[in-house]
Design a binder for this molecule. Structure first.
Ligand SMILES: Nc1nc2c(ncn2[C@@H]2O[C@H](COP(=O)(O)OP(=O)(O)OP(=O)(O)O)[C@@H](O)[C@H]2O)c(=O)[nH]1
Ligand SMILES: [Mg+2]
Ligand SMILES: [Zn+2]
Length: 388
């Protein structure tokens, strides 16, 4: 994490912003250990709050390095990259602060862990590594199962011929997707990607390792200066050069999260929802109904989804995996008992955490051990906080 130098000169030794009337809000752009780098909203109140204490020539810092208030830890409030937070006790001289409140999240992704993202930019390479339609479909299904919009982008188009690109275009069209074709290396298609899709939004980059996610961020935001890895020769895979999630500011507004690539997202969706994550099946289900309302579209009579479309075999394969995943989930009573299946709008179901019931039982040794670890961790964080 780059700790931003405080900007401007201060008059007194240590200037703390009291719990003033002017709330300071910002967005968490990086998390490392127990520290949160917060980009402040450049509203008048924040600027006044800093200027009021520090003389006329002061230009308030854009970033504060923050800890999380003990109060938040006690209620189990986690802080994620992308969270909009209230900063308390801003110390403008050292560019430090403490997070006192987290705004409710509009969206929340687990992998990569990012809050409030609006768009997933799914990046694949056309070559190096060779585009694998099965792997691509797995990522597409995963992206479709979130509440986020999806933008598909194929990089390294410098490595294939125009005819090959057209073949992919036609194939994707049948799947129900439109993609942007770019080359970071040749600087092709990047400006359009920015202006048509990324401007003003919080976007998360996803995709396998080695496809050029970090390279793309470097091209869009030269100051980001990210680690770019080589695709290893034999396996044609990247080597996970990106280590943690970080949000970068786009020149024309908006934030972009680089995240480590992973090669196989889990298929942990509810089996009966899976068809909704294939545009080909979605269209069929919009046009009619299967004979049975709980049809899983395998070999049931009167099924309108089963048929002659390229990815139908992927659907069947992913369905098996989702069913297997659900069976495992049901065999884990601990985890299962904390979740309840809720049927949502449009007949979609999803697991939600149950509200905690009060426990009168003596906690198990494992739980007691865990609690001890939590206490130890909290103490450690507080000690660090005190030292700041
Ligand atoms: N030929 C070609 N190579 C590219 C292009 N974009 C990126 N690369 C190369 O692809 C390799 C991997 O790029 P990265 O940006 O590290 O990939 P990544 O997706 O961030 O990988 P992880 O961080 O491991 O997830 C590097 O050697 C880049 O130079 C492109 O448009 N064309
Ligand atoms: Mg990377
Ligand atoms: Zn069916």
């Amino acid at each position: 994490m780059n700790d931003e130098e405080p900007v401007g000169k201060l008059i007194s030794d240590r200037l703390l912003c009291p719990d003033s009337d002017s709330p300071i809000w910002g967005t968490v752009v990086a998390v490392q250990a127990n520290f949160y780098r917060v980009k402040l909203e450049s509203n008048l109140e924040t600027q006044e709050s800093a200027r009021g204490l520090s003389g006329r020539h002061f230009k308030p810092a854009q970033f504060l390095l923050c800890t999380r208030r003990t109060r938040l830890k006690k209620i189990g409030q986690k802080v994620m990259v992308g969270d909009r937070v209230l900063v308390e006790e801003a110390d403008w001289q050292d560019s430090r602060g403490a997070i006192g409140k987290v705004s409710p999240r509009a969206t929340e992704l687990q992998r990569p862990p990012v809050a409030n993202a609006q768009l997933i930019l799914l990046v694949f390479a056309l070559e190096e590594p060779t585009l694998d339609p099965w792997q691509l479909s797995r990522f597409l299904v995963k992206a479709e199962s979130t509440a986020l919009k999806l933008c598909l982008c194929f990089n390294k188009c410098d490595l294939i011929t125009t005819a090959q690109q057209q073949q992919w275009q036609q194939r994707l069209d049948k799947w129900g997707y439109e993609a942007s074709y770019i080359s970071v290396k040749k600087q092709l298609g990047i400006d359009q990607l920015l202006s048509h899709h990324l401007k003003g939004k919080i976007t998360v980059l996803a995709g396998p390792s080695g496809v050029g996610k970090s390279s793309l961020i470097d091209a869009l935001i030269p100051s980001a200066n990210l680690r770019v890895g080589k695709v290893s020769g034999k396996l044609q895979r990247g080597r996970h050069t990106t280590r943690h999630v970080e949000l970068f500011e786009l020149p024309e507004g908006g934030l972009l999260a680089d995240s480590p690539g992973f090669n196989q997202p889990d298929l942990d969706c509810i089996p009966s929802n899976l068809a909704q994550y294939f545009p080909e099946a979605r269209v069929r289900l919009q046009q009619g109904n299967c004979q049975f309302s709980d049809c899983l579209h395998r070999d049931e009579p009167g099924c309108i989804v089963r048929g002659d479309w390229e990815r139908y075999e992927y659907y069947l394969d992913f369905l098996d995996k989702a069913i297997a995943h659900e069976a495992t989930r049901q065999q884990q009573p601990d985890q299962e008992s904390n979740l309840k299946l809720k049927v949502k709008r449009l007949g979609k179901s999803q697991y939600e955490p149950k509200l905690k019931t009060k426990k009168y039982r003596r906690p198990s040794r494992k739980v007691r051990q865990q609690n001890l670890q939590d206490i130890y961790q909290t103490q450690l964080e507080e000690e660090i906080e005190d030292q700041l």
